[in-house]
Design a protein around this ligand. Structure first.
Ligand SMILES: CC(C)(COP(=O)(O)OP(=O)(O)OC[C@H]1O[C@@H](n2cnc3c(N)ncnc32)[C@H](O)[C@@H]1OP(=O)(O)O)[C@@H](O)C(=O)NCCC(=O)NCCS
Length: 201
């Protein structure tokens, strides 16, 4: 079953208790630049730290083009209480034939370790399975970025393997950990554990 691409031109706004996940707007440039300029945030992702807010605006324009084209893309994470954009989460790719996709994310360093990305990832996974009707969702993190692995596990994803020197990032070949979650994982007892269990942000 193929999905309707118009879903990506008008992504429904997703909400959790603390977050809103929605398409980016040009007006988000200042909030995004606040953390996209941070080399610590950019260290383990595939983009370079933004050198100026001009760079952030170029990035935002590319996201808006992707939305218009109905392509799976990155969305912003807004902190409900502060009405401030503090991160991004989105689909890196989607394979309609296999009903599979990969999720990537990043967060402003001032908001790390409060369970916020675990909350955002859980909601994106629900969207992937319930609205996009996917069967498998993957995520990857560099081996020396264990916080990201913790987020994946908290959201119910399972470690599937170590991909040796899988990517060339910022001047070096790096090992990558592959995680995935299946639709059936979400329907089983493990999912209920991940949703209601040990991690309470
Ligand atoms: C990875 C990232 C998204 C995590 O976001 P976050 O909101 O801080 O994540 P959470 O608070 O939901 O969970 C973080 C978990 O990692 C753990 N953690 C943090 N630093 C860690 C470290 N150095 N080693 C091991 N675990 C670590 C935290 O203790 C927490 O687990 P716990 O709840 O069991 O205590 C954020 O650090 C980030 O944006 N990093 C830069 C960009 C990036 O790496 N993106 C992912 C690319 S794969």
């Amino acid at each position: 079953m193929l999905m309707d691409n118009s879903l990506f031109t008008s992504l429904p706004t997703l909400q959790t208790s603390r977050l809103i996940i929605r398409p980016a707007r040009m007006g988000d440039a200042r909030d995004l630049y606040e953390y996209c300029r941070d080399p610590e945030v950019a260290r383990h992702v595939l983009w370079e730290a933004h050198a100026s807010i001009h760079h952030t605006r170029i990035y935002l324009r590319s996201l808006l083009r992707q939305y218009r084209a109905g392509l799976p893309a990155t969305y912003v994470i807004e902190l409900r209480q502060e009405r401030k954009v503090i991160g991004t989460i989105g689909l890196m790719w989607i394979q309609q034939d296999n009903r599979a996709a990969e999720i990537g994310y990043s967060l402003n360093r001032s908001y790390w370790n409060r369970g916020l990305m675990t909350e955002a990832l859980g909601e994106m996974l629900r969207f992937c399975f319930h609205t996009l009707n996917l069967n498998r969702v993957e995520a990857q993190h560099e081996t020396d970025n264990p916080a990201s692995g913790a987020v994946m596990r908290h959201a119910g994803m399972r470690h599937e393997g170590l991909l040796r020197q899988r990517i060339y990032n910022k001047g070096r070949f790096v090992d990558v950990e592959l995680y995935a979650i299946l639709r059936t994982d979400c329907e089983g007892p493990h999912a209920r554990e991940a949703e209601h269990g040990s991690h309470s942000p």
